[in-house]
Design a protein around this ligand. Structure first.
Ligand code: FES
Ligand code: FES
Length: 170
């Protein structure tokens, strides 16, 4: 079968990329688009290292055929920072000491983003459920949970101060 051209929004930009018939999104991102922040661990949907956000949901990109990305909106770790600054979730992972080798970190952060976009104030249980598919061999999960709580608090604070600025016409 021939390659196929797939069009989707990647980190806010419309792109078009030619993919092989059974190519998976993790490979397209890493090998064709050079976005190597998406990690590939097991390649079988078991470790979460390849997590990206697709249409608002965290997915294992090693299990998503690239052709399925057609018309979707995909966010990878490269798309999180803004104005040259890392995202508050990334900052929280650093501040909580939740990063050791870093291999699991992009996937953890994107699972966290999908969670906090939906639930800005998650319970510990909700955090555990959201990160259940992301495996870390280094840190244990305590610091990662702390990082998610720290990130949630930072984002809520940001949003509150933006809302206050809006109210005061600033
Ligand atoms: S590399 Fe995709 S889940 Fe492990
Ligand atoms: S920091 Fe090494 S696997 Fe999580």
């Amino acid at each position: 079968m021939d390659n196929q051209s797939v069009h989707f929004t990647l980190n806010g930009k419309e792109i078009s990329v030619s993919v092989e018939p059974f190519e998976m999104l993790a490979d397209t991102l890493r090998d064709r688009l050079n976005l190597t922040g998406t990690k590939k661990g097991c390649g079988q949907g078991e470790c979460g290292a390849c997590t990206v956000i697709m249409d608002g949901a965290a997915v294992n990109s090693c299990m998503v055929p690239s052709a399925k990305a057609e018309g979707s909106c995909v966010v990878t770790i490269e798309g999180l920072g803004e104005n040259g600054k890392i995202h508050p979730i990334q900052q929280a992972f650093v501040d909580a000491g939740a990063v050791q080798c870093g291999f699991c970190t992009p996937g953890m952060i994107l699972s966290t983003k999908a969670l906090l976009d939906e639930k800005p104030n998650p319970t510990k249980e909700e955090i555990r459920t959201a990160l259940a598919g992301n495996i870390c061999r280094c840190t244990g999960y305590v610091k990662i949970e702390e990082a998610v709580e720290l990130a949630a608090a930072a984002i809520r604070l940001n949003n509150e101060s933006k809302a206050a600025e809006g109210r005061h016409g600033g």
